[in-house]
Write a protein that binds this ligand. Structure first.
Ligand code: ATP
Ligand code: MG
Length: 436
């Protein structure tokens, strides 16, 4: 804006115009302080009542908290001010008044429940901790993009309105598309494969996935951000190398560029819990080793046997045993999707990347042989004819390829030790919540 010459980060000595929100007013009688907040931080505005124009003092001190105001004046050093400087105003203008009754307190002095916060997300985002989460989310996604480019990938965007799901009718949101049934896509799986089978070869996408999950958990959303990779001439080992690089790049960027935000979240060097970049290679445990290790912890009532999926309890037990990120590889074919390539009769090339708290990634090498793929659809009880738009491309030279999907909100939530995945997305979609 033309009128705004500086942000709250301004230095002493300048004549400035700043604009932002009224964070708080402290009236000490003869003198009063208004704290003005903007994206960069906070700055103190000093009102000396006897020495200033009454109207100016009144405008400043009567502006309700969270009103948007602009202030012009000289910036002076003041060691007692929160940032070491303060402005003595020549003029104050209320640009957008706020209702004195606020549904939540952005200064964070009064805690609000998550539903209230999400119903009033704009006010909630004015809190430093909430702002920090989304600043870090942005840094994380930029680092992920850069790492993909670093390893020779092209960014793609695939349709979100689709004719068929990846794994059939479950977990899909149906919609009406010009009188026909269609669905919101649950994964870019088929489309990224169709793209990797071209000269683009190595592709990535960061986009929404929609899952009609019935359950309500702290780690499931009905609309999530999926970070996807698919690479031609890659096997599952290559795909694991790529995802390990992407996850580490995200942590490194946040560590290097978001020190202030981590501090705000209590994750800095002085904080209660710690943020640390994962070091060393992520261990790659075979499914067989994984279930043996879970059983050896003695944490489960029932021992796992070959063919069992890892339950939430099993993931927890294994997570605290391993103590960091790890892969589970060589899953039994029978519990991985049919489009995952088998190594032999029993073992698939499927893998998961786990954080000690939860699953982050599923991936594997894909079945690229036409006959086997069509057979897989039939075995899954799906009509291959419905997927002809996809399978037919496997008749025209589909190279071996592998890939994975990484939950963006889960990456952020585990990185920042957030309790609930809804903290990691601006406007979460869950069973109860469709607006804002
Ligand atoms: P889970 O078993 O934890 O529900 P999944 O195996 O069903 O996950 P995949 O289909 O393997 O999920 O999807 C790949 C990744 O996408 C998951 O590892 C996870 O990080 C993320 N993801 C999947 N579903 C959701 C969801 N409903 N909300 C948030 N993230 C999700
Ligand atoms: Mg999975």
């Amino acid at each position: 804006m033309q009128d705004r010459t500086h942000t709250a980060e301004t230095e002493p000595g300048d004549e400035v115009t700043v604009a932002g929100w009224v964070h708080e007013v402290r009236d000490l009688g003869g003198i009063a302080f208004l704290i003005l907040r903007d994206a960069t931080g906070r700055i103190q505005i000093k009102f000396e009542k006897d020495e200033m124009d009454d109207e100016l003092v009144e405008t400043g001190l009567e502006a309700a908290r969270e009103s948007v105001i602009s202030v012009s004046g000289a910036v002076e050093e003041e060691p007692r001010a929160p940032t070491g400087v303060e402005i003595t105003p020549d003029s104050v203008e209320v640009i957008a008044p706020a209702d004195p009754e606020l549904p939540l307190d952005p200064s964070g002095k009064v805690d609000a429940e998550l539903p209230t916060r999400l119903d009033n997300r704009t006010l909630d985002l004015r809190k430093a901790e909430v702002q920090a989460i989304f600043e870090i989310r942005s840094t994380m996604l930029r680092a992920v993009r850069e790492e993909f480019h670093e390893v020779g990938c092209t960014e793609i965007n695939t349709p979100k309105i689709v004719a068929t799901g990846t794994e059939g009718g479950t977990e899909l949101f149906p919609i009406t598309y010009f009188g026909r049934e269609a669905f919101m896509n649950q994964s870019p799986q088929l489309f990224k494969q169709l793209t990797a089978g071209s000269n683009l070869e190595r592709v990535f996408e960061i986009g929404p996935i929609f899952r009609a999950e019935e359950h309500n958990t702290p780690r499931h959303l009905n609309e999530a951000t999926s970070i996807d990779f698919e690479g031609a001439f890659c096997d599952h080992h290559d795909a694991m190398d790529v995802v390990e690089g992407v996850v580490k790049a995200a942590y490194e960027a946040v560590s290097e560029e978001s020190a202030d935000e981590l501090e705000t979240l209590g994750l800095g060097e002085e904080g209660d819990s710690e943020f640390s970049v994962p070091d060393g290679e992520f261990p790659r445990l075979s499914y067989e080793e994984a279930i043996e290790r879970v059983n050896a912890t003695g944490e489960l009532d029932d021992q796992l046997v070959w063919g069992d999926d890892l339950s939430t309890e099993a993931e927890k037990a294994l997570g605290s045993d391993v103590g960091g990120h790890y892969f589970v590889t060589d899953w039994p074919s029978e519990i991985k999707p049919f489009y995952i390539m088998d190594q032999d009769d029993d073992l698939s090339t499927g893998f998961d990347l786990m954080h000690p708290r939860m699953e982050l990634v599923s991936g594997g090498q894909r079945e690229h042989r036409y006959e086997n793929l069509v057979e897989g659809f039939e075995q899954q009880g799906l009509d291959p004819a419905q997927f002809e738009y996809y399978t037919k491309m496997f008749k025209y030279g589909m190279p071996p390829h592998a890939g994975w999907g990484l939950g963006g909100e889960r990456l952020l939530m585990t990185m920042l030790d957030l309790d609930n995945i809804r903290e990691a997305v601006l406007f979460p979609r869950d069973r109860q919540r469709l607006s804002p």
